[in-house]
Design a protein around this ligand. Structure first.
Ligand code: NAP
Ligand code: HSE
Length: 455
């Protein structure tokens, strides 16, 4: 039946329906949505819902009504045009309102957001969240609770901003056994590493530039330290293998130790340097690690530029799949959240859960990093005198690490030192670390200035 909707259905809906809408919707009651957070992402969600309501509602098959928006400070000046009547600082106004059927959480952080999401589920409300911290730490439990209450939890925006990742795993790749997922999944670090590589900037200068460009936070620790990528990998690995992978089980290293000279050497050897998040299936266990890595210039992840993200998946049936796009930003992230809302609204309208729910196996653990086999790159500052190469070669030999290339790079006559670059064949990470520690104790070695895994 064709419906011309001009009248507001509820408080917030007057903005959504102000333009009028010609749709093929049935005369179902509107779907009332509570939004938690009106910052970078929330503002874009609210704006889309308030200015593009008719189109969204037509696609959803039901009128989508923004009922209330929870913020910390209702008096704060907002970047979008929104009625003050929609704003509240009282979480109960959303969580205890029986008219609200869907809670969209885009505030961020662990508590109180985990509790709000749990309360929403227990009250029989569906949840859509962009919160990677909550989903990485508590996702499996929240999804189990949601299954018990027969509601859904959508979290497309928690990983990779606007890139359709979760829905791809949840639907399109369901016929596959996922073998591995490798990703450049933190835009800030990719921007920083890109600027160090292209312009020779120091890390501090590149981070400052990323902050000025609006990519990096005032405190960039979460990104630079690899925490953000670890949360995202925990979510991806959990859904890829349907096991519980916790962020604290993932080996994590940030990009702090990398110096501009490493980019020059990497390029000469045919590599780019990226912060890589990688997980791989092993018999009965999975590998999961986040660290900077040298990555062959032929690999698609080596070509991810600026603040973009890319996720490279290998499934046993589909083969290799590359998903790439804007991994952050208000608009791309709002695209994912509002896309989830439309999918959820369609399911509710049809009275079915259109997507399979997850069941998480507890018995499969993560391989400790020491047992992972990988290649490595070492940059070593040494005295430039006879016998040094032999001493270093002996350490590698005794640790069972096979050298792939051994090159003397820059030498400094003023202090008779030189820089050696060693790359290895695949070896146990524990042996690579042992070799590093032992070299640092050798008398002619000033420092192992850089250690990077080669992907
Ligand atoms: P943001 O700009 O800092 O906005 C946070 C919003 O949440 C603000 O409106 C704030 O209210 C509100 N808020 C925070 N704590 C609250 C509390 N305890 N009670 C009520 N309201 C609260 O954050 P954002 O960048 O939009 O990110 C939101 C979420 O999306 C995070 O989980 C983030 O990880 C995720 N995400 C963000 C991006 C991105 O590019 N920004 C990309 C992907 C995912 P006030 O406005 O009153 O302060
Ligand atoms: N800080 C993240 C990044 C975006 O730089 O990729 C939010 O997930």
């Amino acid at each position: 039946m064709l419906v011309v909707s001009l009248a507001p259905a509820a408080d917030g809906a007057k903005y959504a329906s102000a333009l009028g809408v010609v749709t093929s919707m049935s005369q179902a009651r509107p779907l009332n949505v509570g939004l938690i957070g009106l910052g970078t992402v929330g503002s874009q969600i609210a704006e889309r819902m308030l200015t593009w309501g008719p189109q969204l509602s037509r696609r959803a098959g039901v009128e989508l009504c923004l009922q209330k928006v929870l913020v910390r400070d209702v008096t704060k000046r907002r970047t979008i045009d929104i009625s003050p009547d929609l704003l509240t600082a009282d979480p109960d106004a959303i969580l205890d309102d029986p008219r609200v059927e869907v809670v969209m959480e885009v505030a961020g952080g662990d508590e109180p957001m985990r509790s709000y999401i749990e309360r929403a589920i227990q009250a029989g409300k569906h949840v859509i969240t962009a919160n990677k911290v909550v989903m990485a730490k508590h996702g499996p439990e929240l999804l189990d609770q949601a299954a018990e209450k027969n509601v859904d939890v959508y979290f497309e925006a928690a990983v990779g901003g606007g890139i359709p990742l979760i829905s791809t795993f949840r639907t399109d790749l369901q016929a596959n056994r996922i073998e591995s997922v490798s990703a450049v999944i933190n835009g800030t670090t990719n921007y920083v590493l890109g600027r160090m590589a292209a312009a020779g900037l120091s890390m501090a200068d590149a981070v400052r530039e990323a902050q000025d460009a609006g990519y990096a936070e005032a405190d960039p620790t979460e990104d630079v330290g690899g925490y953000d990528a670890t949360y995202k990998l925990a979510i991806l690995a959990s859904i890829a293998y349907e096991i519980k992978v916790r962020p604290d089980e993932i080996y994590r290293e940030g990009i702090q130790g990398i110096e501009p000279v490493d980019f020059r050497y990497a390029r000469e050897l045919g590599y780019a340097i990226k912060l890589v998040a990688h997980t791989q299936r092993h018999t009965g266990r999975v590998e999961a690690r986040v660290h900077p890595a040298m990555i062959s210039l032929d690999h698609p992840l080596a070509r991810v530029e600026g603040a973009e993200n890319a996720v490279f998946v290998e499934g046993d049936l589909v083969g290799k799949v590359l998903l790439m796009g804007q991994g952050a930003g208000g608009r791309p992230t709002a695209s994912a959240v509002v896309g989830d809302l439309i999918d959820l609204a369609r399911s509710i309208r049809r009275g079915v859960q259109s997507r399979p729910s997850f069941s998480f196996d507890d018995r499969i653990g993560v391989v400790p990093i020491g047992e992972v086999k990988t290649r490595a790159y070492y940059r070593i500052r040494v005295d430039d005198r006879p016998g040094v190469l032999a001493a270093i070669g002996q350490v590698f030999a005794e640790e069972g690490v096979s050298i792939s290339s051994f090159i003397q790079k820059d030498a400094w006559s003023h202090d008779m030192t030189a820089e050696l670059v060693v790359t290895t064949h695949p070896s146990l990470d524990a042996s690579l670390q042992k070799a590093r520690e032992r070299m640092e104790r050798l008398e002619p070695v000033h420092a192992v200035s850089s250690f990077l895994r080669v992907f």
